[in-house]
Design a protein around this ligand. Sequence first.
Ligand code: ATP
Ligand code: MG
Length: 132
Amino acid sequence: MGELKIPIKNEYDIVSARQAVRELSRELGFGTVDQVRIATAVSELVRNVVLYAGHGLMIVQTLKSNGNTGIEIVIEDQGPGIGDPDLALCDGFSTSGGLGAGLPGARRLMDFFDVNTTCGRGTKILTRKWLK
Ligand SMILES: Nc1ncnc2c1ncn2[C@@H]1O[C@H](COP(=O)(O)OP(=O)(O)OP(=O)(O)O)[C@@H](O)[C@H]1O
Ligand SMILES: [Mg+2]
């Protein structure tokens, strides 16, 4: 299975990104609850791209390793970057008057979560979930 690229241009793409990962995770065999977990994490990450960076890209692919199956999602933008990523992953931290629940919530919903960001250059989040 190849990779799926979904450009993030505006808030309507939050819905398309959400639907695309939900569908792929269902095809891979994830149960309803995990499908919703993955889709919810993606919604938050894509929403952040739209809000803070304006636009970006989501790349989704299937993982196969030692008989395990997973889904890998990369969400990247060339926006302002996150000043302090450790702080941004704390519950309640927001620079926009939001709840500050998006990033920490998305991290909890997934199995692996890596934030790579450089001030002034952008943000790349790589996240994975494995089928149990
Ligand atoms: N792609 C991004 N580019 C730049 N800054 C970001 C990005 N994603 C998150 N941030 C920063 O990290 C902070 C925390 O993000 P998080 O999604 O947890 O909360 P929020 O967006 O402020 O509120 P909400 O709970 O509504 O999502 C944001 O306030 C913002 O400063
Ligand atoms: Mg957010």
